[in-house]
Design a protein around this ligand. Structure first.
Ligand SMILES: [Fe+2]
Length: 203
């Protein structure tokens, strides 16, 4: 019944590290441009908006993504599973949301990968997302999945989200609008930071 109380930011927030558009390189959001040549796999466009609980755009949010390559392998020493690395794919990207809260990545559709959590355990295809607010002290982390992936039903991480609507919010939607003819399929993934419609985040 009463207006919300705004919590003032403290010295910790004001003095924390910040970032701006000049910190982002021109190809940081295009993961197909980080090597000497084209990475292998299916090119995709992943785009969407970052919104608050009232569907207002969240501007200048730093979004970082990381993912496996098309064969389901991360460029990381801890990932030693028997699938090839791609010399032209690091699997990492970043961008800032624009004035309307929009972001866009060009990347390769990630492969599923085994993770030994239980017998015959495979992670569904996914892209990890990290979001920072105006500074580096508030961070949210989640994962984006792909529609129609048969592994979603068997994945204990995806299934750990208790309600069906919450799980549905983590699955991107195929999107003709952002598909580029003869180039790449488009997937839409909006992220809602708070409220009833909030995108589930990792603890
Ligand atoms: Fe992963």
């Amino acid at each position: 019944m009463r207006p919300l109380i705004a919590l003032p930011q403290t010295l910790s927030e004001w003095t924390g590290p910040v970032f701006e558009h000049s910190d982002i390189g021109s190809t940081d959001a295009d993961l197909t441009k980080h090597g000497q040549g084209e990475p292998l796999g299916e090119r995709i466009i992943v785009s969407g908006r970052v919104l608050d609980e009232d569907a207002r755009p969240v501007r200048n949010a730093l979004i970082e993504v990381w993912q496996a390559n098309a064969a389901g392998r991360y460029l990381h020493k801890n990932d030693q599973h028997d699938a090839p690395l791609d010399p032209n794919f690091t699997g990492c990207g970043r961008t800032l949301t624009d004035e309307r809260g929009r972001y866009r990545f060009v990347t390769i559709r990630p492969g599923a990968y085994p993770w030994r959590n239980h017998p015959n355990a495979w992670r569904p295809m996914h892209v990890h997302f990290s979001l920072f607010g105006a500074g580096l002290l508030t961070r949210l982390v989640t994962q984006m999945y792909f529609p129609g992936d048969p592994l979603l039903a068997f994945d204990p991480i995806f299934q750990s989200i208790p309600d069906e609507l919450g799980r549905a919010r983590l699955i991107s939607a195929f999107d003709w609008e952002t598909t580029i003819p003869e180039q790449a399929l488009g997937y839409k993934f909006d992220i809602v930071l708070r409220g009833r419609e909030a995108t589930p985040m990792e603890q």
